[in-house]
Write a protein that binds this ligand. Structure first.
Ligand SMILES: Cc1cc2nc3c(=O)[nH]c(=O)nc-3n(C[C@H](O)[C@H](O)[C@H](O)COP(=O)(O)OP(=O)(O)OC[C@H]3O[C@@H](n4cnc5c(N)ncnc54)[C@H](O)[C@@H]3O)c2cc1C
Length: 373
């Protein structure tokens, strides 16, 4: 039986980022997905500036729009306008983005195959065996990049640290809708509504960091009607969970690594998951390279390489708990340009949140900031 250097399960942003780096280094990589591409994925497709920077290639051919200003709507007026001279976010459609990234990954040398249900995974001193309904595969390392409901995670770990948020979205024709990217913190507890402008439509949705939440289509339809009137014709309603918890967990030693939503690398404060997916996928590729070249333990190296990312997620998890409990305190602080710019920098460019926590302490009332951090 052929033994691959790595098998990556899941060809979303995390799996493609990992498989691309390994294939580009000449490693043998098998990328498996239960779907044929292009495939739909519930997602606003917003790529922050830090995500564009993390990608190994330009995704310009699948960018619908770039955004340099964000309107933050709160329960109290006036709304907060955040502006930048540079791109804050690029708007894509995941169906197009993911197919584009998969093609790049295949061009780099990875082999792609559609598979059925994975039934069993075994790990021994030399490698990993994966058993699906079609048969058996063998590799030195296995990467679980199969999203929030990861079968790799379920078959290999108890993962008590893992938890979920939820988001639902729909598309709306752009008639009479302005171009702004909007985050609206009024409509749902522990979350927000969003409006993302795209080339010929807007993507609109509701996000909650609450693990017990699952809005239904009726809730989002009601929000759209309240915002744009009863005649606004929305379509393509689709919802999915997001994977959290990487900040509270140290990856295990061994040959099986979890990346992206499978490993809980989405950010509970903003719901942004593509950045964590790409950077954790790339970290897994580096850890596997080190293991193949020098015999280092891949899991331990992966834990070291993701320490900064996981530290930031640990902080955003705590900030999310505090912020969503009393969002008005956060908005009061954001009316100050210094704080607003720090928050913008953090969202768009990956400003170090350890430093941001210092700023929040300085500007929020003492009691609130203690609860926040
Ligand atoms: C409504 C919504 C809006 C969002 N908006 C944004 C946004 O604007 N910006 C942002 O950064 N993040 C956003 N997110 C989060 C983002 O979508 C995820 O964090 C991101 O897709 C995670 O990437 P991933 O590669 O880990 O997983 P996924 O993108 O979920 O990819 C997993 C892949 O694994 C495959 N797979 C699953 N199970 C199996 C299996 N058993 N066997 C084989 N293959 C399997 C799937 O087919 C899929 O291709 C949003 C999420 C939701 C739900």
């Amino acid at each position: 039986m052929e033994q691959w250097d790595a098998i990556v399960v899941g060809a979303g942003p995390a799996g493609c980022a990992c498989a691309y780096d390994l294939a580009a280094q000449g490693r043998s990589v098998l990328l498996l997905d239960k779907a044929a591409f292009p495939r739909k994925k519930a997602c606003g497709g917003g790529l922050t500036a830090k995500t564009l920077r993390a990608l190994r290639y330009s995704v310009a051919p699948v960018v619908h729009k770039t955004v340099q200003r964000i309107v933050i709507e709160t329960r109290s007026e006036p709304h907060i306008l955040v502006r930048s001279g540079k791109t804050i976010c690029a708007m894509t459609v995941r169906e197009e983005l993911d197919a584009y990234c998969l093609n790049k990954t295949i061009e780099a040398g990875a082999r792609f195959q559609k598979i059925g249900r994975i039934e069993r995974i075994g790990q021994d001193a030399d490698g990993v065996s994966l058993f699906s309904v079609e048969g058996q595969w063998r590799s030195r390392f296995l990467i679980g990049a199969d999203g929030v409901n990861s079968q790799v995670r379920r078959l290999t770990q108890k993962a008590a640290w893992f938890h979920r948020g939820f988001a639902i979205e729909a598309n709306l024709s752009r008639n009479a809708i302005r171009d702004d990217l909007v985050f609206d913190f009024a409509p749902v507890p522990r979350g927000y509504g969003w409006v993302f402008p795209r080339r010929d439509h807007v993507n609109i949705g509701l996000y909650s960091a609450e693990h017990t939440c699952s809005f239904d289509k009726g809730r989002l339809a009601g929000y759209i009607a309240a915002r744009y009137g009863r005649d606004a014709a929305a379509e393509n309603f689709i919802g999915q969970y997001l994977g959290f918890g990487a900040g509270e967990h140290v990856p295990l030693p061994g040959r099986i690594l979890l990346v992206g939503d499978a490993g809980g690398f989405a950010d509970p404060l903003t719901g942004e998951g593509i950045y964590g997916a790409i950077t954790s996928g790339q970290a897994a590729a580096s850890a596997i390279s080190a293991a193949l070249d020098h015999g280092a333990d891949a899991g331990l190296t992966f834990a070291g390489l993701t320490a900064g990312l996981r530290g930031n997620l640990r902080i955003t998890e705590r900030v999310a708990t505090s912020f969503y409990a009393r969002p008005e305190s956060g908005f009061r602080a954001m009316r100050m340009p210094f704080v607003r710019n720090a928050v913008l920098k953090s969202y768009a460019e990956g400003f170090n949140l350890f430093r941001l926590s210092g700023i929040v302490r300085r500007f929020l009332p003492a009691a609130a900031s203690e609860r926040a951090l």
